[in-house]
Design a binder for this molecule. Structure first.
Ligand code: SF4
Length: 154
């Protein structure tokens, strides 16, 4: 039997693609160089196709890196006061492109991150004060009609 006559393996049923913060799957990509594996997010992998993304790494930032927060003016500044907004915007554009190419219409992103946070993020004072608002990537995804929740919403 030549390779062309081998029976094809059955195609698995197509599962919906869901964008997910890579750190929630255990990738050590947060600013401390650690992951935040979340059992509920990992369990989602049984029913959907998880598409991992770390917008801060994709935007060109190193790991580990200085903590950063997004102030009410929308700018992101690191703990030493540097404006790092451009890195966050590049990462958001990458995440949006990845969502489009994979057909992801939903995302599960890490709570309170200046990239991935949804609904509440730290306010830019670097004093661990929360404010209402979205991270840069969440804002871009929501603006494109993609549904974003955090791991705490599962
Ligand atoms: S940018 Fe998002 S995926 Fe990357 S470490 Fe921060 S919260 Fe996790």
């Amino acid at each position: 039997m030549d390779s062309q006559s081998l029976p094809l393996a059955p195609e698995p049923a197509e599962r919906p693609a869901v964008l997910v913060s890579a750190c929630l799957l255990g990738v050590a990509c947060n600013h401390r160089g650690e992951g935040s594996p979340d059992p509920a997010v990992l369990a989602l992998g049984a029913s959907v196709r998880l598409i991992p993304v770390c917008p801060e790494v994709a935007g060109g930032l190193p790991t580990p890196r200085l903590a950063a927060e997004r102030g009410p003016d929308g700018w992101v500044r690191s703990a030493d006061g540097d404006d790092v907004t451009a890195f966050y915007e590049r990462g958001a554009a990458h995440a949006l492109a990845l969502a489009r190419v994979t057909g992801s219409t939903r995302a599960v992103l890490k709570a309170r991150s200046p990239s991935c946070g949804s609904g509440q993020i730290y306010d830019g004072s670097h004093r661990r004060v929360l404010r209402d608002g979205d991270g840069v990537t969440t804002e871009a995804l929501r603006g494109a009609g993609i549904q974003v929740v955090s791991e705490e919403d599962l």
